[in-house]
Design a protein around this ligand. Sequence first.
Ligand code: BGC
Length: 260
Amino acid sequence: MEIGLRGKRALVTGGDSGIGEAIVLALAAAGADVAINHVDTTGAAQQVVQQVQAAGARGIEVFADVSDAGEVERMFAALDAAWGGIDILINNAGIDGPHALAWEADPAAWQRVLQVNLFGAFHCARAALQRMVHARSGVVCNVTSVHELIPWAGYSAYTASKAGLSMLTKTLAQEAAPHGVRVVALAPGAIQTPINRAVWSDPHGLRDLLRKIPLRRMGTTDEIARMAVVLVSDAASYLTGATVFVDGGMTLYPSFQHGG
Ligand code: BGC
């Protein structure tokens, strides 16, 4: 079976680092043209664009804070002008926010996590679906987390945002299916990226983390990216509304390997 995305136009939010960057490169390797959304101004997105072009695909960078509905509108207008539409949206942009028990949390910081992870995904999905439903074709893939399912003390905004994104996925899938558009979720486990550097760079933190993963190792961004390519391709043409967990078994309640 060959998975080809040639001629498809994709947008990856937060595509300039971590899982997003790996998804961008995997989509380009499969032949898709990729727009790299970012808020960072260090030039990282431009470097990813160059790698996309080196793979023989079209790449552009689009600056926008996805939590801002107006900026998202302008980003999609820029894509319309450049490529005349969109076939694949990967809602990947996300933050985990400061660690704080709920009763000590700063409400503004809590709200910011929801604005980026949930409102941001909604703004982009809304704009993408307006175009995809009209074209009667397209796929939206929301990057959630094992924490759409697993509670995580100190990160109530993050877990709430990811659980919300999971239900948003199912509801949008139900709405879009009659129009020939699929909406899926991809839930990574512990993938080694800048977002969790504090844990994997500390030997105690890493040992504790590995106990929570039946495959006994962290995942790579490439392992997430490969699944993203499958999910948005016709290999997954009958899949919609589902979350696919790519987590080395983290959601299998590993503490039940013994006893019970
Ligand atoms: C978080 C990571 C964490 C992983 C597993 C992800 O959603 O962003 O920081 O390592 O979940 O707990």
